[in-house]
Design a protein around this ligand. Structure first.
Ligand code: HH2
Length: 272
C-alpha cells in the first residue's frame, strides 16, 4: 500500500456514514444496512475518496455502545459493500476494527488515538492499515463541560505528537498515519476556529491532517444560535475550504457532492 499522502492526495473527501440511531446530524438515516450501503456508494460516485463507516455516536453527552452492538450495526453494511469501495472504520474497538479490516476496510479512524482499546494498535499494525489519530479532551459524555487550554493549537499538536510516537512504537509505519485535531471534541467554538486558523502548528508534525468540521454545532453557534446542535451546509463548506487552504489533506464531511465541488474549485484556484 502506498504512503497515505499518495493514497489520499490533498484534498480528499471522506464521506460520513453513521450506522447509528443517534448521531448528531444524521442519526437514523443509515441505520438500515441497505440504506447505509446505498449512501456509501452514492458518496463514492459523488467523488468521495473514502467512506467512514461508524456504529457508535461520539456526539457530546453520548454514552457509547458495546462491541456486539457496534458489530451488529456495521458488519452488514461492510458485507454489502463487499470490499468494492474504499472504506474507513470509525471505531475505538479492536474487535470492530479486526472484522472491518477483514471485510475490506483500509483505514482505522480512532477518535481516542489508540487510547481506548489496548489491542487496537496491534490490529491496525497487523493489517498494515492506514490510521487516523484524533485529539479529544476527556470523553464524549463530559467533553463539552467547560473545556480549557492555555494554548489549544500547541496542546493538541503535543498530544498528537505523543500518540504518533506511540503508534509507530506499536508497529504502525509513520507513512500510514494521519492526524486530526478533533473539531468539537472537548473544544469551544473559539477553540475549533483557533485550531483551523493555526493549522500550521499541527502540520509541523509532518503528517497529513484530517478536519471534520461538517455540520458541527460551533458553526450554528457562530451564525447566532447559542443553542445550536448542528451547523448548516454553507458554513460546513466554508470551514472545509478554509481548512484545505491552510493545509488540511482529508476533509471529513456529510454532504459529499457539495464539498467535492467546492474543494475542486478551491484546488484549481490554489494553482495546484
Ligand atoms: N467527528 C465525529 C466522529 N468521528 N472522526 C474524525 N477523525 N474526525 C472527526 O471530526 C470526527 C470523527 C463526529 O461526527 P459524526 O460522525 O457525524 O457524529 P456522531 O459521532 O454523533 O456519530
Amino acid at each position: 500500500m502506498p504512503p497515505i499522502e499518495q493514497r489520499f492526495p490533498r484534498p480528499s473527501v471522506m464521506g460520513v456514514v453513521n450506522v447509528t440511531p443517534d448521531s448528531f446530524s444524521d442519526g437514523g438515516v443509515n441505520l438500515d444496512p441497505d440504506a447505509a450501503a446505498a449512501t456509501a456508494r452514492r458518496m463514492v460516485a459523488e467523488g468521495a475518496a473514502i467512506v467512514d463507516v461508524g456504529g457508535e455516536s461520539t456526539r457530546p453527552g453520548s454514552e457509547g455502545v458495546s462491541a456486539d452492538e457496534e458489530l451488529r450495526r456495521v458488519v452488514p453494511v461492510l458485507e454489502r459493500l463487499g470490499g468494492e469501495l474504499p472504506v474507513s472504520i470509525d471505531t475505538a474497538k479492536a474487535e470492530v476494527a479486526r472484522r472491518a479490516l477483514a471485510l475490506g476496510a483500509e483505514l482505522v479512524n480512532d477518535v481516542t488515538a489508540l487510547r481506548g482499546d489496548p489491542e487496537l494498535a496491534g490490529v491496525a499494525a497487523g493489517a498494515n492499515a492506514y490510521v487516523c489519530l484524533m485529539h479529544m479532551l476527556g470523553e464524549p459524555r463530559t467533553m463539552q463541560r467547560d473545556p480549557r487550554y492555555d494554548d489549544v493549537a500547541s496542546e493538541v499538536a503535543a498530544f498528537l505528537e505523543e500518540r504518533l510516537a506511540f503508534a509507530v512504537a506499536q508497529g504502525i509505519p509513520e507513512d500510514r498515519i494521519c492526524l486530526d485535531p478533533g473539531i468539537g471534541f472537548g473544544k469551544t467554538a473559539e477553540h475549533n476556529l483557533e485550531l483551523v486558523r493555526r493549522l500550521d502548528v499541527l502540520l509541523g508534525l509532518g503528517r497529513p491532517v484530517v478536519i471534520g468540521f461538517s455540520r458541527k454545532s460551533s458553526l450554528g453557534r457562530l451564525l447566532g444560535d447559542p443553542a445550536a446542535t448542528t451547523g448548516p451546509l454553507s458554513a460546513s463548506i466554508a470551514a472545509a475550504v478554509a481548512a484545505y487552504e491552510r493545509g488540511a489533506t482529508i476533509l471529513r464531511v456529510h454532504d459529499v457532492r457539495e464539498h467535492v465541488q467546492a474543494l475542486t474549485v478551491a484546488h484549481a484556484l490554489a494553482g495546484a
